[in-house]
Ligand binder design. Structure first.
Ligand code: ADP
Ligand code: MG
Length: 592
């Protein structure tokens, strides 16, 4: 076979293979064109999941009559002219491929009236066959693109389409993504002539929140931190869902780079790292985040559908994201304002029993005593708490966010009274977070102090564990453990971290060895330091069934208020739940 040039038609169909996967991809390309044209209102009409009709009408600048034929030709674009432009793309499109590609696999009609012109023109392509000349048409300033019978001439592609419902679900998700990216543009989406979404344009704070609530739900908005960080020409802003509303799937993660929704490994990694401390394994954070940086810092010419980008300074972007999110999450300590729990949105706490959240580990029933530590705890805080107790009557309104302890319920919960009502605290979850944050701090700071045991404890282990203990002896020392292997299957524990001096040493060491084992190769151990510290903190934390005195309880409440991320346990569950007087009154049908 000799070499020949592909026909225009075939070249367009090949390009269509990349950019037009299904109706939702057509919708994405067309809306992006409308946005690039400066539209402030976009109306989307869909019939039968987009397989029969996709019609997008905008009030943008329109296309000049003389350019209509070009608009549907391959490699023709008004958005870039030179390589220089390509290195700093500010528009969503720039490849000049979408319209001819779509036109090669559907029946496409393009009607447009250019700004300041009195006449609109219509051009059509029928599966790649271009109509010979534009026809005059009636249309206000702006553009309407109508795409009928997608893939009618490529039966193999058509077979890949799913049900109308599924195709519409995909399409609606694309519209949602774009809806979140441009608060200043009004969008209407109709399916089979019924209104599905209607978002008004508005770019002030209220309007933005309204749009986020419409797209992600009120529960998200009410349980999200609103953030804004700036550094080195980079700005990160948006909403980050608190760990308590993390999801079983990564289905509420909207991330935009210069207004373009992207999926990027660097971004995903930075977000995951920022959340690792507050999220239980297998849960996915929810967020709507915008990263703005100079266009020259991002290469968008990586993939035909532009879902991926390349950062010039990937490391910088990663660190900026990680630091910003990490800091935002660190602020989630209890405050008077925010109750941190998702269920409250949907159901009052006491009328629906709280369903156990399946993927979380249970914390009860570890009968591990930490008496001495707790005694210290009590002593440490006694005077402070007593003073607080004494001054409470006269300063009722200035009570700290978590208030003052009243009692302990079934050895599990602390009941406290604050200015607005009742506060319930899961004491183990709370103490675990506090211990964990302290361990991390001292690990990063002066190091973890060791406390020798009066009587060293001997412990039976497997040869594999003995090898691990020997190999990691130095690291274990840094963690506050002094351990000798005194036989092929025996360890002697001589010292444990001072912070939890009398917790049950054997179980603790066994669990740390398990951690070491699962992180595998010794060089990776330190990357997993937080997991290991988490394990240690879990052991060092007050267990269910442990009786606390009132000063001990108050000490715990004050520590929670001081501790970063104190609002949720290490697995992302809330450590406390408030119940206001109004809510209590409702339970008793008072005040009606
Ligand atoms: P690209 O967006 O990459 O430039 P397209 O094939 O999507 O390529 O569109 C080709 C050109 O047609 C665009 O560069 C633009 O000038 C014009 N165009 C397409 N859609 C619209 C629209 N809705 N409003 C105004 N101009 C449009
Ligand atoms: Mg385009």
């Amino acid at each position: 076979m000799r070499i020949q040039l592909l026909s225009t038609h075939l070249a367009n169909q090949i390009a269509a293979g990349e950019v037009v996967e299904r109706p939702s991809s057509v919708v994405k390309e067309l809306i992006e064109n409308s946005l690039d044209a400066g539209a402030s209102q976009i109306e989307i009409d869909i019939e039968r999941g987009g397989t029969a009709l996709i019609r997008i009408r905008d009030d943008g600048c329109g296309i000049h009559a003389d350019d209509l034929a070009l608009a549907i030709s391959r490699h023709a674009t008004s958005k870039i002219q030179s390589f220089e432009d390509l290195t700093q793309v500010k528009s969503l499109g720039f490849r000049g491929e979408a319209l001819p590609s779509i036109g090669s696999v559907s029946r496409l009609r393009l009607t447009s009236r250019y700004r300041d012109q009195d006449q609109a023109w219509l051009y059509s392509i029928d599966g790649g066959d271009i109509s010979p000349a534009p026809k005059p048409a009636a249309h206000p300033q702006g553009t309407t693109v109508e795409v009928r019978d997608l893939f009618f001439n490529t039966p193999a592609r058509r077979k890949f389409l799913r049900s109308e419902r599924t195709e519409f679900d995909h399409l609606e998700e694309v519209v949602r993504r774009i809806g979140l990216s441009r608060f200043d543009v009004g969008i209407v989406l109709r399916h089979n002539q019924r209104d599905v979404q209607q978002w008004r344009a508005g770019d002030d704070e209220t309007a933005r929140r309204r749009r986020v609530a419409a797209i992600c739900g009120n529960a998200f908005l009410d349980n999200a931190l609103e953030i804004e960080f700036e550094a080195n020409d980079m700005r990160l802003w948006g909403w980050v869902g608190l760990p308590a509303i993390a999801r079983g799937q990564a289905d509420m993660q909207y991330f935009y780079v210069n207004g373009r929704m992207v999926r990027d490994k660097i971004i995903a990694h930075a977000v995951r790292q920022a959340f690792q401390d507050v999220l239980f394994h297998g849960r996915h954070p929810a967020f709507v985040l915008f990263l703005d940086l100079p266009p020259s810092e991002v290469d968008v010419n990586v993939h035909p559908t532009k879902h991926e980008v390349r950062f010039r300074e990937g490391r910088l972007v990663h660190d900026f994201l990680f630091r910003s999110l990490h800091r935002a999450l660190a602020e989630t300590r209890p405050t008077a304002a925010a109750p941190i729990t998702a269920e409250r949105e949907t159901a009052p706490i006491f009328t629906t029993p709280r369903a156990p959240q399946a993927p979380m580990p249970t914390q009860a029933n570890f009968a591990l005593a930490v008496r001495e530590q707790l005694a210290d705890y009590g002593r440490l805080h006694q005077s402070e708490a007593d003073v607080a107790m004494l001054s409470m009557p006269e300063t009722e309104t200035e009570a700290p966010p978590l208030g003052y302890a009243l009692a302990q319920l079934h050895g599990i919960y602390i009941l406290a009274q604050n200015a607005t009502g009742l506060v319930l605290v899961d004491m183990h979850a709370a103490h675990e977070r506090i211990t964990y944050e302290r361990m991390k701090q001292s690990w990063e700071g002066e190091g973890i102090r060791m406390q020798p045991l009066l009587v060293p404890e001997s412990m039976a282990i497997t040869p594999r564990e003995a090898a691990l203990a020997e190999r990691h002896a130095d690291f274990l020392k840094e963690l506050g453990f002094e351990i000798d292997t005194v036989g092929p299957e025996t360890l002697l524990i001589r010292a444990v971290p001072a912070m939890l001096c009398h917790s049950e040493a054997k179980r603790l060491v066994a669990d740390v060895l398990t951690d070491l084992n699962s992180t595998g190769d010794s060089t990776r151990v330190k990357e997993h330091i937080n997991e290991i510290l988490g394990t240690i903190a879990c052991h060092g934390s007050v267990r269910a069934q442990r009786k606390l005195t009132v000063p001990e309880m108050n000490g715990l409440l004050r520590d929670m208020e001081r501790t970063e991320r104190g609002g949720q346990c290490n697995h992302g569950r809330p450590t406390w739940v408030p119940l206001s007087m109004t809510e209590l009154d409702k339970l008793f049908l008072r005040g009606r």
